[in-house]
Design a protein around this ligand. Structure first.
Ligand SMILES: Nc1ncnc2c1ncn2[C@@H]1O[C@@H]2COP(=O)(O)O[C@H]2[C@H]1O
Length: 366
């Protein structure tokens, strides 16, 4: 297997490691546009692609910075991945090496207490100042955690939310403690540490502390402030009544599907669950343009059901008519290269018939 790129995909403030790789069992389709490369990875059995990549295509793909130096780039990426376990891709597209994640950890396998279990609930109303009110309601409108809630549920979450501040190294959650609150980062950064090893990083919009509330188990990791941090807490009862059910359903719905996606194969079970949390289902009808060549890329798609076709205008070709260069089906994904390298979309993806996808959005949520 040749690892040619890896990044921490940042979604809703939680960083998730995605490794982009090539192996004998996978085929890399490359749609090169001059120095700009974009690729769509397909499983051979699912591919109805029209042409196989040439060595030159591979070279262009690996030469992501367009300096013609493929070996250095690939070696550097391999070294980064080997040394750090991945690159952290910020919203500005700058990649920063991350510490290698620990050896494979055990799955988070316990069953939730009961997702339909309605615990006796007393509605909480925590007083807040005007500034907090404004930023909390913005977060409730934009953070993917809350988008599915109805008006009353959003109101209840808003009422129950409270603010807490921590200095650098402050302990927000202590591993082994009993679970009290669920947290969302409003300002600053923090990290989760399990048995002394860093396992996750969070910034604005990131959330943590759900496991102990869901499973009635001690805190699985500590979460420490790495800068001055402001978090919003949601108490256990409100979390369980309003947010827990949807998180459990989403994890159940997507976990198995995600475990079959090669780009996510290397993730720990917990990391895959956090990808499920951040997924947004999106549907397209026949002829809809999902991704347009030349556009800025801020999201990554996985096809759940349906077929999409890949078109490309070859640069310098005089003829600007897009030509079909590939077909994508269930479990295929696209849009990762524009995210990795902050390059414009190098191909257009169009729905052929009804198309159901899930989207991971790089955009910063509040
Ligand atoms: N690898 C991990 N395993 C378990 N918890 C993690 C991991 N990475 C981040 N966390 C978060 O750390 C939190 C600690 O408190 P909880 O166990 O309630 O919920 C946990 C998760 O939200």
């Amino acid at each position: 297997m040749i690892v040619f790129g890896a990044c921490y995909f940042r979604s809703s403030g939680n960083y998730t490691r995605l490794i982009f790789e090539k192996s004998g069992s996978e085929r890399e389709r490359t749609f090169s546009a001059g120095d700009v490369s974009a690729s769509v990875k397909q499983h051979p059995q699912q591919s109805s692609a029209d042409k196989s990549p040439s060595p030159d295509d591979d070279r262009k793909r690996l030469d992501v910075d367009g300096d013609g130096d493929v070996s250095n780039r690939s070696a550097k990426m391999d070294a980064d991945v080997a040394e750090h376990g991945g690159l952290l891709l910020g919203v500005d597209g700058k990649a920063t090496p991350m510490k290698r994640p620990p050896a494979r950890r055990g799955a988070v396998s316990a069953e939730p207490v009961d997702e339909n279990d309605v615990t006796p609930y007393q509605r909480k109303v925590v007083p807040k100042n005007e500034a907090s009110k404004e930023s909390m309601s913005k977060a409730i409108e934009h953070n993917v955690l809350f988008t599915h809630l109805d008006f009353n549920e959003k109101q209840d979450v808003f009422d129950a939310m409270f603010e807490k501040e921590f200095e650098p190294q402050g302990v927000i959650i202590q591993q082994g403690d009993e679970g009290d609150n669920f947290y969302i980062v409003h300002e600053g950064t923090c990290e989760a540490v399990k048995d002394g090893v860093k396992v996750a990083a969070y910034d604005q919009g990131g959330s943590f502390g759900e496991l102990a509330l869901m499973f009635g188990q001690p805190r699985a990791a500590s979460v420490l402030a790495t800068t001055h941090v402001k978090v919003w807490g949601i108490d256990r009862e409100t979390y369980r009544r309003i947010l827990m059910g949807s998180t459990i359903k989403k994890r159940k719905l997507y976990d198995e599907f995600l475990s079959k996606i090669d780009i996510l194969a290397d993730l720990e079970d917990y990391e895959r669950s956090t990808v499920a949390d951040a997924l947004q289902p999106v549907s397209f009808k026949d002829g809809d343009v999902v991704v347009k060549q030349g556009d800025q890329g801020d999201d990554f798609y996985i096809i759940m059901e349906g077929v999409a076709e890949v078109f490309q205008v070859k640069p310098g070709d005089g003829d600007q008519t897009p030509i079909k260069v590939g077909t994508l089906k269930s479990s295929n994904y696209f849009g990762e290269i524009a995210l990795l390298y902050n390059t414009p979309r190098a191909a257009t993806i169009i729905a052929k018939g009804p198309l159901d996808c899930v989207r991971l959005d790089r955009e910063r949520s509040v």
